[in-house]
Design a protein around this ligand. Structure first.
Ligand code: NOJ
Length: 765
């Protein structure tokens, strides 16, 4: 981790923090010392002060700073979110230290999802890198910049498995696969928390949304989730569990209900599973306003009831409502909630504050006032080199007919499309404290790459959408989408005129970032029609057409796939996105990204995911048969499968070699393939290992990702990749909810995507 040391040298760190005098003295960061300290502190607290610790508030119109000052004075607030500069954070911590009786420090949290000041690709894009070093880079830099802004906690990573691209929040997660998500979530937690969240440039993570939020019915946000225990434990829970095993100090509770019980009211999830089974010792935090919502869910009759249910179900901290503060005192008085229950929740809050090092130094992530950056948004605070590197790794080449890409750095290039020069969209949703004005668009990136060597022509060509209702929706909370008032035809004509003058057309189309966000579910996952009309028109010019996609979810792209000579999936790739995209377009970087979600052909096929169960009547495209599981009006399977992505070079795979034909229960065997870069360029690819249980007591997935390795090969180079396999990779939750590996035959499938694999077989004894 060479770069981690490099990071310490970054210009961002102006002054080494000096340990401030703490009213609590200095205590070792051990569990024993913590428990003793917190027990003593709890003894000194009044009931109101305890309840105050359970309140997490966002500064805003509902809670102006003057009101917060009063609350802090009375010990009525435990933590703050959405305040992101050192001076603002310091002012509030000062108030605690100067005005409150017990001087219990606040902690400060924020949605640091894919970067803080430097914005990296959206999480779905990061997942496309299949590169844990890249995840580590993003985690370290995000934590560094967040901690440098004074923050102690982030609401990340989101490890909700999702198989429905209609859900706007697929953009925030690592995709459809449990193994990939778990690996990435674990890496992110370790990178952000480091050895200890108390260290100056680490933050505590809060894994979310517990549980199964990604499975909302119909992909409609906040909707119901209903699933079998087997599926829950096999596919949906491991992501959270792995993040917690990696040490995540926080858990954010999901907004949805699971099998009829809202997560905020689910003591089975929050106590039996999380605490008793998994031994989680950190803090649980409700999602925004979720306690109030228990009434809307229809499981609480009134506010008191909602509060009673939430606290007794195991929700420690309440985010962004006044319910705990308002109703817990009465509930304790009436005996409906015991003081022991309150103590338990408060203990968790104080524990994480202790783990954050706040009792040793309430200013540990702030340093002395004089060290505050003069300009919060200074260029020198950004990590552009790393952002560009990660962004390049996140790009997925979907099509490249007759080696249309890479483009030559000569002639004339028409850059067209409503997203081509949109700084805001490049940042993606949840772009934290990132400043759009600091991002590089595709147009700018292409201009930078060509630096006068070729002519670059630009035309917007279309609005993101001509649908007024959707334009208003996207601009509801910020002026995110600029609407060109020219008529659609005038815009298209302008684009055509530009295209005709060029040797090649690069059309940058897709979604605006607000279309893939919280509360941004879509019933239609095509590119909006204004842009499709633009593509149709561009196609008539006969010029080579390169489609550069920007979007936060898998889209249905059947027609675009047939129109494009080349197609590059770029997601929303962050501050350095435009430069990274240009690197790939002109061959300065050979693309290696692989899809972390299947791309369906149409919305009607959803859910489309690679690790589905076999049916009794599987469809066989080589021998089609009416009475098999398929749609008669569409081709079966995804347009682009999970794990798919092309390169400018060609990789060939040998047959699978197994070190043994049988696997003893206490042993392991090796599966190997030899990979050759048989093309002309150096490049990276991802070798993927899937397993399939041929016969079991339950129907098992046709294949499941169990390991992967990203390798780099020079042109002509060959490498053997070996994957060890042991019994743990073969286990599943059976009908009686026992976690077992059943004896029998297993297929080992190795490939460069989930659809084209080489096979070997072994027997588990
Ligand atoms: C609601 C979202 O569901 C959650 O992911 C986010 O962290 C919180 N709001 C705080 O912004």
């Amino acid at each position: 981790m060479k770069w981690m040391c490099g990071l310490g040298l970054a210009a961002t760190l102006i002054v080494q923090p000096v340990m401030a005098e703490s009213p609590f003295g200095t205590h070792p960061l051990t569990q024993q010392a913590r428990d003793a300290f917190v027990a003593q502190l709890l003894d000194k607290m009044t009931l109101d002060e305890k309840i105050g610790q359970l309140r997490l508030i966002s500064v805003g119109p509902d809670n102006p700073k003057t009101v917060i000052r009063e609350m802090i004075k009375k010990g009525q607030v435990g933590a703050i979110f959405n305040t992101v500069t050192r001076p603002d954070i310091r002012a509030m911590q000062d108030q605690v230290m100067q005005l409150s009786r017990l001087k219990i420090p606040l902690f400060f949290a924020y949605d640091v999802i894919h970067g803080q000041r430097t914005i990296f690709p959206i999480t779905l894009g990061l997942a496309s890198s299949w590169d844990l070093d890249a995840v580590n880079t993003v985690g370290r830099i995000s934590a560094y910049e967040a901690a440098d802004d004074g923050l102690n906690m982030t609401w990340a990573p989101m490890v909700d498995i999702t198989r429905d691209p209609r859900w706007g929040r697929v953009s925030e997660g690592f995709g459809e696969d449990t193994y990939l998500t778990s690996q990435m979530g674990r890496t992110m937690v370790r990178a952000m928390q480091g050895k200890s969240p108390a260290d100056r440039f680490n933050v505590m993570t809060s894994v979310k949304h517990f549980a199964a939020y990604g499975a909302v019915e119909g992909g409609r946000d906040y909707n119901t989730v209903d699933m079998s225990q087997q599926r829950l434990f096999q596919d949906y829970l491991p992501g959270y569990k792995t993040a917690l095993d990696a040490g995540s100090g926080g858990v954010m509770v999901a907004l949805n209900s699971l099998n009829g019980v809202p997560a905020t009211a689910d003591s089975w999830l929050l106590k039996d599973i999380l605490r008793d089974k998994w031994g989680f010792k950190g803090i649980t935090i409700s999602d925004h306003g979720a306690i109030k919502e228990l009434m809307k869910h229809g499981v609480a009759s009134d506010p008191q009831d909602a509060v009673r249910i939430a606290i007794t179900s195991g929700v420690n901290m309440s985010m962004s409502d006044e319910y705990y503060s308002k109703y817990l005192p009465g509930l304790v008085k009436s005996g409906a909630v015991s003081e022991a229950e309150i103590d338990d929740a408060v203990r968790h809050v104080l524990n994480v504050k202790y783990d954050m090092g706040l009792f040793n130094d309430p200013y540990s992530h702030l340093g002395p006032a004089g060290s505050d950056p003069r300009d919060t948004n200074a260029e020198s605070r950004l990590h552009r080199v790393e952002a560009r590197d990660v962004a390049r790794k996140s790009l997925v080449l979907l099509k490249n007919r007759l080696e249309t890409l890479p483009l030559k750095k000569s002639g004339a290039i028409a850059v067209v499309g409503p997203l081509a020069d949109s700084q805001r969209d490049m940042m993606g949703s949840w772009s934290a404290a990132g400043v759009s004005g600091q991002s590089v668009t595709v147009l700018q990136g292409i201009r930078n790459a060509l630096a006068g060597k070729a002519v670059v022509l630009f035309s917007k060509g279309a609005n993101v959408t001509d649908n007024k209702g959707i334009q208003d929706f996207l601009n509801q909370y910020e002026a995110a989408v600029s609407v060109d008032r020219r008529s659609p035809q005038v815009m298209i004509d302008d684009a055509l005129a530009v295209a005709k003058k060029a040797d090649v057309v690069v059309a940058v189309v897709g979604e605006s970032q607000g279309m893939a966000h919280e509360a941004s579910s879509r019933s239609d996952i095509t590119i909006p029609s204004s842009q499709l009309k633009l593509l149709d028109a561009l196609k008539t010019t006969g010029k080579p057409l390169v489609i550069v996609l920007m979007n936060g979810r898998p889209l249905a792209l059947v027609k675009e796939d047939s129109q494009a000579d080349a197609m590059l999936e770029t997601w929303f790739s962050g501050t350095e996105g435009g430069n990274a995209i240009a690197d790939v377009l002109f061959g300065d970087y050979n693309p290696s990204g692989k899809l972390p979600m299947s791309f369906p052909r149409s919305v009607g096929q959803i859910p489309v995911y690679y690790n589905h169960l076999q049916t009794g009547r599987p469809y066989d495209f080589e021998h089609p048969n009416k009475y098999t599981s398929h749609y008669y009006d569409a081709a079966n399977g995804p347009l682009y499968p999970f794990g798919y992505g092309l390169s400018y070079t060609r990789f060939t795979l040998s047959e699978v070699r197994l070190s043994a034909k049988t696997l003893p229960r206490n042993g392991s065997l090796n599966a190997s393939v030899t990979v050759t870069n048989s093309g002309k360029r150096d490049g990276a690819t991802v070798v993927q290992l899937y397993l399939h249980d041929q016969t079991a007591s339950l129907s098992r997935p046709v294949e499941e990702l169990k390991s992967f390795k990203r390798i780099f090969l020079k042109a002509g180079e060959t490498q053997t990749v070996t994957f060890p396999i042991d019994v743990n990779a073969l286990k599943f939750w059976n009908a009686r909810m026992q976690y077992v590996a059943e004896p029998g035959r297993f297929d080992v499938l190795i490939g460069l995507d989930s659809a084209r694999t080489r096979k070997g077989t072994f027997t588990l004894l």
